[in-house]
Ligand binder design. Sequence first.
Ligand SMILES: [Cu+2]
Length: 71
Amino acid sequence: MSKRTYQLEGMTCPTCVMKIEKLLKKTKGIEESEVLYNSGRVKVSFDENTVTSEEITAAIEQLGYRVVSEK
Ligand SMILES: [Cu+2]
């Protein structure tokens, strides 16, 4: 199990949080996720054999947000 925190740009309202949460919930391999509106961060626990961090980043960016950093 891997854990990452992504710093996003473009989360401007609570609807953004719901959109991202919905995406993460339907993504295979993601076990747990948390979207932190105030800090613009997304925390994800995922199974690296099923989904990669690059795929998670790409999925978030397809929704129109930018991942500025991850750790
Ligand atoms: Cu929004």
